[in-house]
Write a protein that binds this ligand. Structure first.
Ligand code: KG4
Ligand code: ZN
Length: 389
């Protein structure tokens, strides 16, 4: 089957075309088209993602993104035909909240005929609701006009599957598996006894770990997104063995649950630097201590969960899983203490938000797909939980 997947939950507008041969999880996948427009440069001036701007940019970029992805997949057929009045009206109604998108899509559809796509998958949560709605309405419009079934997808399930994706397939894994999801909006531990079944066994009580990276970066005068910026300073501090500037706390390291808290860590950085003009070396040293603190907490909580639940497979996903120090620390730690544990990280280019992962999840959830006429209520849910997926 060929899947068209759409991701607009935060600040990336992304559409992929992925072919899947075989049933989930034994399929072979090929990424036929993958187009991603990042809004990072636009949000940088706000120091973070601004939802109204994200929504506007998604509405502007979805049609070019669709065009690019179909073209790369060689599925763009430049012989469309004029739409009926009923089609035009339905498209305008479906997209009435996204200025300009209806007209852009209608022009596209009149120039390009229906591609051979079997399924549309779209992120319905969690994320920024105004941003999610744009993708959902766009997906509904395509489902209607092309008569292709649509399936709503949990973004975090996408992250899990993109971490597993290796050599064009999803490997056989042993259960129970543990997913450690670390992104700009999430820090959670989910236990999986089976494919698609998640129980949240620990989560952050305040900031997500990516959010902490972003906020600390901002305090240190580094650009958004903060993760890669903090990480590169931290690497230099380690390589050059820079002296320590501050000792930061390891929040909730010894709590008797699997929850996290990162806002205290961020506040500790603020107190440490208040009123000071920092040198580059001091910034690097703080970044290093921050990264050490975060890594230590993530490792300990993951280890406790593994021990307690007899976990066989550890899946680390979400944008923060791109962090090299976290990856290396996990691999070297668990190689010693749990040599039989299988650990999965996403390929670097599939670590942060993308739509390929939404196609994998769409394939896993094919049974839940519905044609346009039977879609009923399909809404964005900013706080969509994996346990109801
Ligand atoms: O998964 P993602 O792309 O978006 C959300 O679903 O939130 O994650 C984005 C987060 C940002 O907070 C960003 O700073 C962080 O991932 N991030 C990193 C790294 N690359 C991205 N954090 C630490 N180290 C990195 N190398
Ligand atoms: Zn994400």
């Amino acid at each position: 089957m060929i899947i068209l997947s759409i991701e607009t939950s935060c600040d990336e507008t992304a559409i992929s075309i992925v072919s899947a041969v075989g049933d989930f999880p034994h399929a072979e996948y090929k990424i036929l088209g993958n187009s991603l427009f990042s809004q990072i440069d636009i949000h940088r001036e706000y120091g973070g993602v601004f939802p109204a701007v994200a929504k506007r940019e998604h509405a502007k970029m979805l049609v070019p993104c669709l065009q690019d992805s179909l073209s790369e997949a060689e599925l763009l057929l430049n012989n469309g035909s004029v739409l009926t009045q009923e089609q035009t009206e339905t498209l305008h109604t479906t997209l009435h909240r996204e200025p300009g998108l209806g007209d852009a899509l209608i022009t596209f559809l009149e120039n390009n005929s229906k591609p051979t796509i079997d399924l549309i998958a779209v992120t319905s949560g969690p994320g920024l609701e105004p941003a999610l709605w744009v993708g959902i309405n766009f997906a509904r419009a395509l489902s209607y006009v092309w008569d292709i079934p649509l399936v709503p997808i949990n973004h975090m399930e996408g992250h899990i599957l993109s971490s597993l994706f290796t050599n064009d397939s999803i490997p056989q894994i042993s259960f129970p598996a543990l997913a450690l999801l670390i992104s700009g909006g999430h820090t959670e531990l989910d236990l999986m006894q089976e494919w698609g079944e998640y129980t949240c066994i620990g989560e952050t009580r305040d900031d997500a770990v990516g959010e902490a990276f972003d906020k600390v970066a901002r305090m240190l005068g580094l650009q958004y997104p903060g993760g890669p910026e903090v990480s590169s300073r931290a690497r230099r501090a380690r390589e050059e063995n820079l002296p320590s500037f501050v000792k930061l706390p390891r929040p909730m390291l010894d709590s008797d649950d699997l929850d996290f808290s990162f806002s205290g860590l961020k506040t500790a950085v603020r107190y440490a630097i208040e009123g000071k003009t920092l040198t580059d070396d001091e910034i690097a040293s703080i970044a290093c201590e921050f990264e050490n603190a975060v890594t230590e907490v993530l490792l300990k909580k993951a280890e406790q969960a593994i021990e307690h639940h007899g976990v066989q497979t550890l899946i680390v996903g979400g944008g923060v899983s791109a962090n090299t120090f976290i990856r290396e620390s996990f691999v070297s730690h668990f190689k010693k203490s749990y040599p039989f544990l299988a650990i999965y990280f996403p390929e670097k280019n599939l670590s942060t938000d993308n739509s390929v992962m939404i196609a994998f999840a769409g394939h896993a959830r094919t049974q839940k797909a519905r044609p346009y006429a039977e879609l009923g209520e399909l809404s964005a849910d900013g706080n969509l939980s994996l346990s109801v997926t």
